[in-house]
Design a protein around this ligand. Sequence first.
Ligand code: PLP
Length: 491
Amino acid sequence: MSDVTQNISAQEQGDLVAAEQPLPLFDIEGTPSMGRTETMQDRSMTRRQLLEAAVAGTAVLAVSGRGQARAAGVPAALGGQPVRTAPFPRWPAFREADEQAVLPVLRSGVWSRSKVVDEAEKRFARLMGAKHCLATCNGTNAIITSLWALGIGAGDEVITTPYTFVGTIQPILLAGALPVFADIDPDTWQIDPARIEAKINSNTAAILPVHIIGGVCDMDRINAIAGKHNLKVIEDACEAHGAEWKGGKVGTLGDLGCFSFQNGKSLTCGEGGAILGRDDNLMDRCYSYHNFGRPKGSVVPRHGESYPVLGTKCRMAEYQASILITQMDSFDAECKRRSENAAYLTEKLQQIPGIVPRKEYAGVTRTAFYYYGFRYKKEQFDGLSRERFIAAMRAEGIAVDASLGVLSGTPMNKEGCLDDAFQSKGFQRIYPSEKLSNYRAENECPACDRLVGETVGLHQGMLLGARQDMDDIANAVAKIYEHRRKLAAAG
Ligand SMILES: Cc1ncc(COP(=O)(O)O)c(C=O)c1O
């Protein structure tokens, strides 16, 4: 995982459900009979019986086929055979088409932004159903550009979520604005719309919802709040390419939508980003900013000067765009496969006590996946810590992690970069010292703190595998659940 995700390690580089319900057959062989559910009754064992047996440490997993012994035996962490030794699909997926697209660009000698980037923008706008797209060098700079283009800066407050990657927060601080944190919804893990209004004051300029790990924020409620208080909405869709709210693609639902094409993302060209928008003048401003403040469309020089506005350079290169274009060809098919595999996996995992997959709002018509995430409730695993659960999963050949490429322990409302910014001359001059010293206390987010202590996730690349791969994942969790007592005692 560390080669594709961005979190530190990689960046630098129920409750028991109704006891009589059938337990799914975790088919290690991964038969093509998708969704096949052989009931426990078929095997003369009810869920209650199995759970009782499991508690007694005598349960046999309901697995079949070649892998039965490995899935039902001693956990690999205790010296047994791993459920799986085969690698999961590699990400990014390199294809000949990528090579064929990038070579002519390299040979042309035009590597800096030109026609191929123009084409990638058109293609991504079409894919997302957006009026305009501007390609950028990465997602962080897409957000920086958006904030600038909307005129958000020193003294402004931007309401966002603490459960996000640092690439959401640093752009706000770099603009000289204050990130203000509204706690998360514990079920969906997205910013809780019910907590946003209490954070609004006369300095509030924007809401920056983040569609985290490919899930979707409640955009109806967020847009309604923004409309009521005359606030801008910048969607951070860096992890949610192709996700939909009521049929509309995320990134097209606010004033501007920002994307990342970094290595681990479900649409990638190594590094890259994009802004989607519908307002012609606003998109001209974005373009100008990303190109040193040069004139563009409605951004015109007043006195014939070359750089009428302040800008920087964060353009995408031609070779990045060429890969992005070919990667878009397989994007829809990959999304479909991830969704089908994720649904299948959820069906299995949600039946294991102590595993609580992330949920979506009713308005979500398509989930995208950057990570597949669930809460791990150690109480139901005899106190086996999350770290040891993860190590046991890894020993079974399933590379799960706690950070989900988002954050690895410290929620964003407690990150050190906030303090560093607050100690800078700019912040000290802009903001009253009382405001900065009360900041931590006013930005407590206990629901996020709890979430961060319980998350476990699988990178989206693992969802591109076969049905059998999902069986392996679920079987590994079930095996650890079955042997939880011994694993916890092993200390
Ligand atoms: C939620 C979120 N916001 C912003 C970013 C920044 O994107 P990039 O890494 O392309 O700069 C990322 C990317 O990792 C992200 O996951």
